[in-house]
Design a binder for this molecule. Structure first.
Ligand code: NAI
Length: 333
């Protein structure tokens, strides 16, 4: 039997945590033959609820789950962690300024960065889910300088999967017959879902999604806004965040990163920009990536048209603004 992998989930008593933890314990994230140890972190007011989740994980009698730690101590939570899924954060409440929310999350991610750096396994892979996801990941990277920057990512796979879903619904094909959409930029409403390089398998063979849909107007407007606004639409319908699909996307993100992307396909991941596609280095930006042997690499050389260029730059600009705001919170700190 394989050695167990230790997975940390922060914000584990929350909505996404509740959907994500059983997926991890069932092998959805790391494969059906990979035993896991789960570390769950939340804050004091959620300690009792967290303990309830721990009881349920025990009661579910998962064959792959070798141990569960539920704690409000960040040092204990980070001990020996191989994979860290950062779902905990401070949500935006009604009437709160953007800066106040940013400031709360900057302090959380600064503190958790240090704890991970000191106590996690040296090759720990980090996925930030909590919003503002890209900027929380950037703060984590800045305050954990000994963790390789390639090991720190944020979640845009949910947006990627949403784009696949919209295309498959429109064409009435199965979602697995659509591939190579791209989410560029921020996990926010400025993200750019790009189908210019996407392919669909039809009964008449493989086609570009643009040709198969043959409706540029829909693709350039409604499709984009539907994907950008999907999170808000789900909150409106459920009165709760899109926890199920976020949890599933987090598993997809880690699984593909660790086990590799299928040949000929890529996925979207928020990663530290290396300047690819003219996106300034120094921000966490979602790019198309392929993964092999636990390493992601940006897919280079895709042709970018004018509309795409504009949208890619607009979301980069928002990330630069968020970065400035985050740094101004650090100074006040
Ligand atoms: P939630 O409010 O149900 O759960 C968040 C949990 O984090 C709570 O249990 C809270 O006590 C905990 N928490 C707060 N501060 C913490 C800290 N310092 N350390 C550890 N835990 C802490 O929220 P939900 O619905 O589970 O969403 C979690 C986050 O994920 C939110 O920021 C949400 O905006 C974000 N999100 C991101 C998506 C993405 O695609 N990147 C998609 C959906 C949600």
């Amino acid at each position: 039997e394989k050695e167990p992998v230790t997975v940390l989930v922060t914000g584990a008593a929350g909505q996404i945590g509740y959907a994500l933890l059983p997926m991890i314990a069932r092998g959805v994230m790391l494969g059906p033959d990979q035993p896991v140890i789960i570390h769950m972190l939340d804050i004091e007011p959620a300690a009792e609820a967290l303990n309830g989740v721990k009881m349920e994980l025990i009661d579910a009698a998962f064959p792959l789950l070798k141990d569960v730690v539920a704690t409000t101590d960040v040092v204990e939570a980070c001990q020996g962690v191989n994979i860290a899924v950062m779902v905990g954060g401070f949500p935006r409440k009604e009437g709160m300024e953007r800066k106040d929310v940013m400031s709360k999350n900057v302090s959380i991610y600064k503190a958790q960065a240090s704890a991970l750096e000191q106590h996690a396994a040296p090759d720990c892979k980090v996925l930030v889910v909590a919003n503002p996801a890209n900027t929380n990941a950037l703060i984590l990277k800045e305050f954990a300088p000994s963790i390789p920057e390639k090991n720190i990512t944020c979640l845009t796979r949910l947006d990627h999967n949403r784009a696949l879903g919209q295309i498959s619904e429109k064409l009435n094909v199965h979602v697995s017959d659509v591939w190579n959409v791209i989410i560029w930029g921020n996990h926010s409403s400025t993200q750019y879902p790009d189908i210019n390089h996407a392919t669909v398998k039809t009964t008449n063979g493989e086609k570009s999604v643009r040709d198969a849909i043959a409706n540029d107007n829909w693709l350039n407007t409604e499709f984009i806004t539907t994907v950008q606004q999907r999170g808000a639409t789900i909150i409106k319908a459920r009165k709760l965040s899109s926890a199920l699909s976020a949890a599933s996307a987090a598993c997809d993100h880690i699984r593909d990163w660790v086990l590799g992307t299928p040949k000929g396909t890529w996925v979207s991941m928020g990663v530290y920009s290396d300047g690819s596609y003219g996106i300034q280095p120094g921000i966490m930006y979602s790019f198309p990536v392929t993964c092999e042997k636990g390493q992601w690499s940006i897919v280079n050389g895709l042709k970018i048209d004018e509309l795409s260029r504009e949208k890619m730059d607009a979301t980069a600009k928002e990330l630069m603004d968020e970065k400035t705001l985050a740094y101004s919170c650090l100074i006040d700190d």
